[in-house]
Design a protein around this ligand. Sequence first.
Ligand code: DGL
Length: 268
Amino acid sequence: MNNKNRPIGVFDSGIGGLTVLKEIVKEMPSEDTIYLGDTARVPYGIRSPETVTRYSLDNTRFLFSKDIKFLVVACNTASSVSLDRIKSVVPIPVIGVIEPGAKAAVKATNNKKIGIIGTEATVRSDSYTRLIKAIDSDIEVFGLPCPLFVPLVEEGWTDGEIAALIAEKYLEKIKSRDIDTLVLGCTHYPLLKTVIGKVMGEGVRLIDSAVEVAKEVKTILDNSGLSRKEKQNPRREFYVTDSPLRFRKVGERFLENKIEHIELITEP
Ligand code: DGL
């Protein structure tokens, strides 16, 4: 198939990467997309780098077998610990979610104090810190894992009293650092943007990695002559490794759209 007409592949540990897919579809509505959610093995955020890499390589090979032209690693955890390995196994462009978020944060900060919230594995990997410091070594970076945000969002409790209490409890540790920019370094956190924004206050810019990634994918596809400009009814395929029913129910909230064709695969 002509390079341009091949789909964009996106994978995540589960449902959360649909926040990234949503932005990709918004930015490039004519592109065909194939999404893989490794719902049988989620969460990745509490696992060792070796395990996350093994799962990520399975996902990568599966999507590559579907003749994709570009791979987006939508999961912050997989992007943090496995990106180089993923790039080494496929001969197509691959992008993770860390670099676009890190670059946007560096652009946004005035006082050179940036906060990063994400899973345990993402924060422990220091992936954002390394990239931010490589651009400007004077910037101070404060990482904070917020593990309860993931189940909270999946439960649909993205506003109200409980979400506010949990957000306040976690974020007080980072508020005291006088940051002016906070990276939402996990697929699920864009759904908590309003609550997080309220707790952090108006002086703190929130960086949504999903939006930054979609812009970067578009730039790369345009610059390499790989973008597809016009297409009626682009293909939207979804694969999961467990329970398509739950994926559809929760996922439609993340995607803000209908999810039609979901195929269950036993292993990627
Ligand atoms: N997708 C993961 C991330 O962005 C969050 C869920 C998980 O722990 O697998 O880090």
